[in-house]
Structure formats: structure tokens, C-alpha cells
Design a protein around this ligand. Sequence first.
Ligand code: PLP
Length: 363
Amino acid sequence: MSPIYNFCAGPAMLPQAVMQKAQKELLDWNGLGTSVMEVSHRSKEFIALTEQAESDLRSLMHIPANYHVLFMHGGGRGQFSAVANNLLGAGGRALYLVDGSWSSAAVTEAKKLAGENNIDTINIIDPSTGKNKVELPDLFKIDKDYRYVHYCPNETVDGIEIFEPLSSPWPVIADMSSNILSRKIDVSQFGLIYAGAQKNIGPSGLSIVIVREDLLSLPNLPQSSIMDYKLAVKHGSMFNTPPTFAWYLAAEVFRWLKEMGGVESLQELNAKKAALLYECIDGSDFYTSGVAVENRSRMNVTFQLVNSELDAEFLEQAKQAGLVALKGHRSVGGMRASLYNAMPIEGVKALVSFMRNFATNHA
Ligand SMILES: *Cc1c(COP(=O)(O)O)cnc(C)c1O
């Protein structure tokens, strides 16, 4: 069978080596004669797994010692509310930068919890360019006192990525659900980073939170205990039963990333993968991209067929060629190829060659 390349935006493909190891260990993990799903999260074997996972993630991302690493429930959206609940006490205000669907969904949730009037927003897409281009505001010029500024450096649906760092007088909170571990970042520039796991880390449900120690003393809103950062820290992310199988797979993905040469190597490979696809889009008048060159996501490449009447046929033929899940998000249409860490460069080459042939055959 020729390989299937899965371009799904999430839940996304996982590294094949990790899936094979999980398959091999499914019924007998660590010589225990049971699966990892069937052992206590407080057993010494599982605790050892969580310690290894944390230390691997710390070394992959060079996480400073004054940051906690939490493994929580509830995916990316769970953190939309957790961030507001944990960091905004009564009357606390926050600023949200909006550059696409997910940052805008984060605003909706924060307003619901903290009150409409306590959440300010700035749209950071500059409409004058006719393309999706991000213009970061000078936050030092804003004469207000916010608890934090929230933004989404990779908008998964829209294919927009912000590569320049965000300078801010307030702690920066970043939703990195779809670009965590895809390129080097300086964690010390952030107050808190969170990510739903199902794009670049593991199965859905799990979320990773990296939070600077001092943010934990901010006053909070009433909230459920399982989403409380302080309780999560106190209990080693085990206030209640964590999603253990997802945690195990995340640990295996971190191990795989280290074997691959770490984030530095992945960054290089991801840049190459994305460049191949954008070159194909730009080099043809059959395909087009609505995102400004500076903000083209390396993880989620959105593009359109100039003749959208061919969309269905494109998707059908791609599928027959083993290239699946290329349909753009229902809210924006067009196509989207997600090129997370687990996507091998061969998959991108196969897609590019398919796209060239399709264009030629429909010229
Ligand atoms: C997928 C995604 C989310 C939502 O994740 P869920 O686990 O479905 O809640 C949030 N933010 C970004 C940037 C995402 O890509």
C-alpha cells in the first residue's frame, strides 16, 4: 500500500515511530503486563513517566526554572476559561489581540467570565494590504493597566503566523496550540504559554500549560478546582485523575522530538516543508494564498484554487492519491494543509507534485 499522508489540522497525525511503539506496548507497558491506561496515575512507574515527560519538555523548550509545567484537561478551549479564571480577580482587566478565529473565540470566553467591560480587544490584521497581514501595536503606548495581554501566534484556521516577538509591559499569554515545539521561542518572554495537545503533541483532551511562578499569585475568579493552576502545581497536575494515555503519548512524542534533534532541527525541517508548498502556490496562477508573505504559517498552509468550482474534484483526486484532510475549515473554505512536526517532508513533496499535475491537467 502506498503511504497515506494526513494533513488534518487536528486531531493531527502523530509520528509513526511513536504510534508503532504505543501499539507494541499497548497490552504490556513497562513489563507490568497491563496497558499504561490500566495502572494508577500514582504508581511509581507512571510518576516516572510524568517526570521524564516534564524534563524532556523543559529541555526541548529551554524552559527556565521559575516556570511551572502543567498537564491539564480540556484542550485549548479549556485554557480560554482557565486563563481568565486564574488570572483575573474581580474587576481585573485584560487585553486580547485578535488575528483570526481562535483569538476571537478566546475573547468570547474571557468576556463571558470576566465581564464584557473588563476585556479590551485590538484587531491586529491590517486590512489596507488586501491580504491577511499582522500589524503588532506598540503596547507601551497604551496608558492602561492590564493583568495580561493574550494573543494567538498561530491561527490554525486562517493560516496566519506571527514570527516577531510581542513586547509588552504586561505578562504575555500565548495560545500556542498549533505551533508549540515547531520552532525556537524564548519562553522567558512569556508569562504563560498554553497548547491543546492534538496538533503538535499528542491526542486531544490534554493541554500543556507553562506558567511563570509569579502569575500564580494574581487574584482569581471563582473556578472549578480541576482548572485551578495553583492546585495543579500543588498536586503535580494530579488533583484529579489526569488523561493518562494522552500523557503517555505526549511523553513519547517528546522523546521522539529529542531523537530528531530537538526543536532546532524541527524548525529547519518545518521551514523547508512550508517553503516547498508556498513555492508551489506562488509559482502557479492556478493556486492563490490570502496571507501576506511575512505571516504565512509554517504549520497550517491555507490556499485557494482560483477556480473554486474545482474544489470538490481537487479534494477527491487528492484523496485517491493518498493525500487526505486537505479541506479548509468550514468557516473560511478553500484548502488547508497542516504540516505539523509529524508530517514528513515526503508528504509535502507528494502534495506538491499532485498539485502541479492537477494544475497541468486542468489548464
Ligand atoms: C485547536 C485549537 C484550539 C482549540 O482546541 P480544543 O482542544 O478543541 O479546545 C484553540 N486554539 C488554537 C490555536 C487551536 O489551534
